[in-house]
Ligand binder design. Structure first.
Ligand code: NAP
Length: 282
């Protein structure tokens, strides 16, 4: 029940009506029995600074940040956590009595699905298909886990090269064109293959990154960060070629769980958040 003591949380973005965060967060809040309420807050780009000042004035305990504000909000905060700074995106803000700190929990959500399966990437090679905004959090998570080499397999290597260079102080990040021989060699030895492109996402479900499964290490774990549909063509092909697979639902619920933990100090029920997400998606 919402009372005068209920603390407010939310998600700012533009547009925001499609956001699944209220469903996931309120499911976990209810399951934990804590006194918080989480809503979707539409904030147009030109209103970002006013919205941040407003949320602070209204004493919101914290909020998530989604497209298009993840980078733009950074200069409006008092402090940005190191991981968020390096990733270049804030998806979670905590308001401690008027002091705003930005975090990135996307990389923790991404890694959660690997950690819960005890997939140890220390000293191993990971191949990422695509090198856009989401890939930044994935690269950071993998380098933090001790991955020996993160290979960005893309359609446009010249565009991805600056990203690889940006992360090179933290580990080995290389780039290849995803149909060239060099890429096939990396696929042969990789322990993890991740799709970070939107190829295969609803409604264009027949799209798929160009992977020749005969060249992929048969023991590689395959991860698609897309969550609609639940099984992309990429994941279906991986499964049919004998790979263990996971989709992006756990990453999405996981980043939400890490944010709720930061705001409330509770350990949210990830299973309950995933269940609420799956129900909302179906
Ligand atoms: P983005 O910044 O637009 O980057 C997309 C990447 O995919 C870029 O490298 C882009 O290459 C490449 N790409 C796009 N269309 C392509 C095509 N037709 N052929 C070949 N490559 C293509 O997108 P994003 O924000 O990283 O999001 C990517 C996906 O991740 C989306 O499906 C999103 O829903 C999903 N996602 C999931 C979660 C989760 O929690 N599970 C979180 C964030 C994002 P170019 O640079 O050459 O265009």
């Amino acid at each position: 029940m919402i009372t005068g003591r209920t603390q407010n949380l939310g998600v700012i973005g533009w547009p925001i009506a499609h956001s699944l965060s209220p469903v996931i967060q309120n499911a976990a809040i209810e399951a934990a029995g804590v006194d918080y309420n989480y809503t979707a807050l539409p904030v147009a780009p030109e209103n970002l600074a006013a919205a941040v000042a407003g949320l602070k004035a209204l004493n919101y305990r914290g909020w998530n940040v989604t497209i298009p504000h993840k980078a733009a909000i950074m200069p409006l905060l008092d402090e940005v956590d190191k991981a968020a700074e390096i990733i270049g995106a804030v998806n979670t803000v905590i308001n401690d009595n008027g002091r705003l700190t930005g975090y990135n929990t996307d990389y923790l959500g991404f890694m959660g699905a690997l950690n819960s399966r005890k997939i140890d990437l220390a000293g191993k090679t990971a191949v990422l298909l695509g090198a856009g905004g989401a890939a930044r959090a994935v690269i950071w998570g993998l380098l933090q886990a001790g991955t020996a080499e993160v290979v960005l397999a893309v359609r446009n290597p010249a565009k991805a090269q600056p990203l690889a260079e940006e992360f090179s102080p933290y580990g080995k990040v290389t780039v290849c064109h995803w149909t060239e021989d060099l890429c096939a060699e990396q696929l042969k030895k990789c322990s993890l293959l991740v799709n970070t492109t939107p190829l295969g996402m609803t409604p264009k479900v027949e799209a798929c990154p160009p992977v020749d499964w005969s060249t992929v290490n048969p023991d590689a774990f395959v991860y698609d960060i897309i969550y609609t549909p639940a099984e992309t063509r990429f994941l279906r092909e991986a499964r049919e070629h004998g790979h263990a697979v996971v989709n992006g639902e756990e990453m999405l619920a996981g980043q939400g769980a890490e944010a709720l933990k930061l705001w409330t100090g509770i350990q949210p029920d990830l299973g309950c958040m995933q269940k609420a997400l799956r129900k909302a998606l179906s």
